[in-house]
Design a protein around this ligand. Structure first.
Ligand code: SAM
Length: 260
């Protein structure tokens, strides 16, 4: 196998640790070992994050958006993004992108679209946004609004890799009326856990917590949709977040914005 499709089971990977935290089955002992050492609030955060994805995508679809570009897709966990979007309108078209070969291995599950719509998958790194855009342009109509979802992705892009520049490049390519749907892990409300997590998670997987203010900067130049940048359970809460009685304790900041 060429290197980019080889699954490395000797060290933990974000997609597989996240799968473990969501109660999935597509991870290896090395991922489980790390997942077991993480504090319970991060497991809650994974569920809160996934619930936000469902609500934000459904809202975008209800607002009339029929095209989605999802970067950092993760291992499929039903309902997947295209199932939510196509639940609103079966004609929705979705491009998925992730850099992890384990997601590629599951791409077939991501490609089962409603016959009226279409889904597509590309193995790609968000730190090379132009390549993703080139591919997406061949599948989506960039004259029409696109919802760009960067969900639980950008904490894997450290400041030295220019995450704000990457988001700027992606958003600049989208037409007016497009949406940015974004979530981001944050230890801002968990200062006592920061050092412990640095020695467990962050030492094994390159990642960076950001404050609410730093997460809000990703939306510069865009019109935030109410309620703005808040914790995941605070964003149009519904029954999905029953596991999180105290939204202020969440380790995930989220937001949705419209491109003017
Ligand atoms: C925590 S999972 C989130 C999955 C899904 N978006 C969700 O929120 O349910 C993060 C995903 O981002 C992917 N990822 C991390 N860094 C990436 C990069 N530089 N380029 C593309 N994907 C990346 C990982 O492989 C993983 O699948």
């Amino acid at each position: 196998m060429p290197p980019q499709t080889r699954i490395d089971t000797s060290r933990p990977h974000p997609a597989r640790v996240y799968d473990y935290m969501l109660g999935g089955k597509d991870h290896y002992p090395v991922d489980q070992e790390l997942g077991e050492r993480l504090p319970a609030f991060l497991r809650t955060a994974a569920r809160q994050n996934r619930a936000f994805m469902r609500r934000a995508v459904a809202q975008a679809a209800r607002s009339g958006i029929r095209q989605f570009l999802d970067i950092g897709t993760g291992i499929p966990t039903e309902p997947n993004l295209h199932q939510i979007a196509q639940g609103v309108d079966a004609r929705a078209r979705v491009v998925y992108a992730d850099y992890d070969p384990i997601v590629l291995r599951h791409a077939e599950a991501l490609l089962v679209s409603a016959p009226e719509g279409a889904t597509d998958y590309i193995q790609a790194d968000v730190r090379e946004p132009d390549g993703i855009l080139d591919h997406a342009r061949s599948f989506l109509d960039f004259q029409q609004p696109v919802a760009l979802s960067l969900i639980a992705l950008l904490h894997f892009v450290v400041d030295a890799e220019d995450p704000y520049g990457i988001v700027g490049t992606l958003v600049a390519a989208l037409p007016s009326g497009s949406r940015l749907i974004l979530s981001h892990a944050s230890l801002e409300r968990f200062p006592d856990s920061t050092a412990e997590l640095a020695s467990t998670y962050a030492s094994r997987i390159s990642s960076q917590s950001r404050t609410r203010e730093e997460v809000a900067r990703f939306f510069d130049g865009l019109d935030l949709v109410a309620p703005g940048v808040v914790t995941a359970p605070e964003w149009h809460q519904d029954g999905d977040d029953a596991a999180a009685p105290e939204p202020e304790q969440s380790a995930v900041y989220v937001g949705v914005a419209r491109k003017p």
